[in-house]
Ligand binder design. Structure first.
Ligand code: NAD
Ligand code: UDP
Length: 310
């Protein structure tokens, strides 16, 4: 039985990851400060004797008494609304927080997986994005606390690897959606579904021609675990669904699937909002034998069902 630390484990992706790791007979320690995560996401796990919850901020160091075999570092707000709410704290989570977690990995000789993001490519000029693309990121804009934070986090991982031989892994996650997203998360899929179910207008920012490629959360979690289990491959590797849609197409799909009478309204496009995004997942396919299986409509139906019941 491995002992695995999951930071951000009470969040959207982290809660699914903890559940899956428990199903695979691991001992899971979930560390989360509950900034955007919620105990509701892990209520079912709290009664499992192989699950431990520690309410803690990774910006502050903490002692770990058990020997740790693996660390999945997901602690960081992911929605633009939340990561911009306290930008300096977001940078701290991605610098001080990551250093603290890499320190634990070094001490325990644990394998360390960093949840990076497609945002390291910024507003990309290369399309679709390959791991070799160095990105087009503003270092002074409102998204920089997250984008540049995650870029530094990747640098820190590589430096701990080169300098201290820490066994690192980097995944770059593209827009993911599904059950356990918070109702007030602020990202596009949950916003549109909640608006549609409440009979409110769906808010498209800009003209809706910007694109994103949406991955269903359980597909993603399979990819994350495959990456952790793969030897001799550090990454970075893109994990996402390459099926690309405009934001307007997404709004229309949500309207159709929820059968809502809601209309679409247009709001200003936030500064530095990327115009296009689509992962090239050739590397994930060849190195991990991974690709997503769930199509957007199927995943949206599951997510709509979840929000109907919550
Ligand atoms: P989320 O906001 O639901 O989860 C983040 C979790 O981290 C929350 O539970 C939050 O309370 C916790 N957290 C935040 N700061 C913390 C801190 N300093 N100390 C301890 N806990 C802290 O978001 P998510 O979508 O589940 O994202 C998880 C990870 O995946 C993040 O690192 C995010 O950057 C990355 N990611 C997600 C997406 C996506 O589309 N969902 C895309 C790219 C990258
Ligand atoms: N968006 C939108 N309406 C919303 C929320 C988001 O049109 O209510 C747009 C946003 O401007 C962006 C895309 O949807 O172009 C994806 O936004 P999200 O915040 O989900 O993630 P991002 O990929 O921008 O980090």
């Amino acid at each position: 039985m491995k002992t695995i630390l999951v930071t951000g484990g009470a969040g959207f992706i982290g809660s699914h990851l903890c559940k899956k790791l428990l199903e695979k007979d691991n001992y899971v320690i979930c560390v989360d400060n509950l900034f955007t995560g919620s105990k509701n996401n892990i209520l079912g796990l709290l009664k499992n004797k192989n699950f431990e919850f520690l309410e803690h901020d990774i910006i502050k160091s903490f002692p770990v008494d058990k020997h740790i075999d693996e660390i999945y570092n997901l602690a960081c707000p992911a929605s633009p609304v939340h990561y911009q709410y306290n930008a300096i704290r977001t940078i701290k989570a991605n610098t001080v927080g990551v250093i603290n977690m890499l320190g634990i990995a070094k001490k325990h000789k644990a394998r360390f997986l960093q949840a990076s993001t497609s945002e390291v490519y910024g507003d990309p000029i290369e399309h679709p994005q390959k791991e070799t693309y160095r990105g087009s990121v503003s270092c002074i804009g409102p998204r920089a606390c997250y984008d540049e934070g995650k870029r530094v986090a990747e640098t820190l991982c590589f430096d701990y690897h080169r300098q201290h031989k820490v066994d690192i892994k980097i995944i770059r996650i593209f827009n993911t959606y599904g059950e356990n997203m918070a109702k007030d998360d602020g990202r596009v899929v949950s916003n549109f579904i909640v608006q549609a179910l409440e009979g409110k207008d769906l808010t498209i920012y800009g003209d809706g021609s910007q694109t994103r490629s949406f991955c269903y959360v359980l597909d993603l979690v399979d990819g994350i675990i495959k990456m952790m289990e793969k030897d001799n491959f550090i990454g970075p590797v893109n994990l996402g669904n390459p099926d690309e849609f405009t934001v307007k197409e997404l709004a229309e799909k949500v309207i159709k699937l929820t059968k809502t009478k809601s209309k679409i309204i247009y709001k200003p496009l936030p500064q530095d909002d990327p115009k296009q995004r689509k992962p090239d997942i050739t590397l994930a396919k060849t190195e991990l034998g991974w690709e997503p299986k769930i199509k957007l409509e199927e995943g949206l139906n599951k997510t709509i069902e979840y929000f109907r019941n919550h």
